[in-house]
Design a protein around this ligand. Structure first.
Ligand code: SF4
Length: 203
């Protein structure tokens, strides 16, 4: 992939990306992402869902409502968050429904590999100080592949680039995960960490 020196050029090229369709995946080729180049916090989800695809905006469905309720408790209202923070995902096009019709298809490892250079480009051009990987696939970008959500939600690390990594569960699957009371406590702890970072870093 070409190297981009500014986010605008990357977005222009990303918007035309058809790599997954060319590789034979029946996806909706419409990359979805949002946020300014000045963003100091980046949310990385798994992939756009059925609600995001027509809206063209990340986290605009039920999962987004739950995510923004969490972020609100960390001190951000949705409008401010969307205007100042960057939101993207591990794969940026809606992967379609599961063949069974129950929920959205999880992007394959091959799709994730195809899309990874775009994510690396976004990370290197936005240079966020805080990264919130949302859900297992996004967590695996920053932690070993065998990492379970329960191992990392409610904690944070500072990576070798000095970025604070604060994982959250994916809000669309979170209700089942949250049936375990210990996981409710983990999300509460993650919200507290985000709140503290927002105040300490003046986000
Ligand atoms: S998911 Fe990523 S790699 Fe695949 S077509 Fe969309 S932007 Fe390109």
């Amino acid at each position: 992939m070409a190297e981009y020196t500014d986010l605008e050029s990357l977005h222009a090229a990303l918007s035309k990306c058809r790599l997954c369709a060319e590789a034979g995946y029946r996806i909706e080729s419409r990359p979805i992402f949002s946020g300014p180049p000045s963003a100091r916090l980046m949310v990385i989800g798994q992939a756009p869902g059925e609600a995001e695809a027509p809206a063209g905006q990340p986290f605009s469905g039920d999962a987004g409502r739950r995510l923004f309720r969490w972020l609100e408790r960390a001190g951000w209202d949705e409008e401010t968050f969307r205007a100042t923070c960057y939101i993207t995902s591990v794969t940026k096009c809606f992967p379609g429904r599961r063949p069974t019709g129950e929920g959205d298809r999880v992007p394959t490892a091959a799709e994730r590999r195809l899309c990874r250079p775009w994510l690396e480009g976004e990370l290197s051009l936005v240079r966020p100080e805080v990264i919130v990987p949302v859900g297992r696939l996004a967590v695996q970008v920053f932690y070993p592949p065998e990492t379970r959500l329960a191992d990392v939600v409610g904690s944070s690390i500072v990576d070798e680039q000095g970025r604070h990594i604060v994982p959250l569960p994916h809000p669309s699957g979170a209700s089942r995960w949250l049936n375990d009371r210990r996981n409710v406590g983990r999300v509460e702890q993650a919200i507290l960490i985000l709140r503290r970072l927002r105040l300490e870093l003046g986000l």
